[in-house]
Design a binder for this molecule. Sequence first.
Ligand SMILES: [Fe+2]
Length: 388
Amino acid sequence: MLKKIKVTQLCKGMYINDLNCGWLDHPFTLNRFKVDNETAIRRIIAAGVKVVEIDTEKGDDVFIEELKTQQVPFENVLSAALSKKITAQQELGRARVAYAEAGQFITEMMANVKMGQHVELEKVTPVINKMSVSILRNPNALLGLSRIRLMDKYTFEHSVGFSVLMMVFAKSMGLSLTVIKQVGMGGLLHDIGKTLTPSHILNKPGKLTEQEFVVMKKHVVGSRIILEKSQGFSKIAMEIVAQHHEKFDGKGYPLGLKGEQISLYGQMAAIVDVYDALTADRCYHKGSEPSEVLRLMLKWRGSHFNPELVNKFIQSVGIYPVGSLVLLSNDYLAKVVEIDGNMLKPQVELILNSKKRCYVPRKIINLSDHPDIKILTIESHAKWNVQQ
Ligand SMILES: [Fe+2]
């Protein structure tokens, strides 16, 4: 059966019968194909496609209900979100909508700010509301999505990823919903000052010269001034914007604040900024595996970061963060899809048999239910040629 669906409802396993746009307007060689990875979905969204036609006889059908949250008050959505346990897989469709809307918002906002417009608080609020509800339902869906980057969209993807990580971090620290939303807002807008940075510096492949770095550093003050002009942003959001490049040992910028001179939210932002920047793919280099970045961050405790907060951050993203590739003791290579309680025993999706080097049918298993299966190593996506 042919069915028209919103692009944000697309899932792995669906068969696209029509992309509803000209062949030259999308990045694929064919108009009809089976969606076999998240990156394909993200590329369709990035091409500006809004509605696609799927063939439910050749692929999966829509498994999420049409979003009904738009007209419902936020408080009602929230209490519904907290009333039942939802898996990352069930949350994925809604998380993708929230993620896509946040990406669209920040892209448009950056273009508007470049033209001299202010950031409007009332436009950010619904975007953050939707992301925070998704994180309260199940943080792993948005966390997983924020690991998949389109390399040519670094600045806005970093902003959305940063916002997600800040909210997940705040949630795991037991902070209130009001604070979770404020850190999300600060996170989404923390680099808005980069709209004032010349693009040859912003997108330079490789190390910046000393002079270029001086210019780059100005984005922090730029972000603060833009938000001050916009009015209405909370103290917490402003602290994130103003302090996300400060370091615990006083060697950061722009003010060289030290230790407790940096607010709690500024200290959290410094951790998230480095984690997100080092794990992200850029057009000129591959991002490092999350576990490798966490290892480095443990080394930088006390110099770059507040040591206690680094430990709490690791608890929030997990020792095997969502999206990590792991080799299991039963020879299967698998991807972490959910952390539910035991950080050492996440839920994983089997991908291939490493001995036979062959793909296996898609299956999710909870390692907590399989005490005989252990995680042996964390593997690189590049080594196994597996997409994020
Ligand atoms: Fe920044």
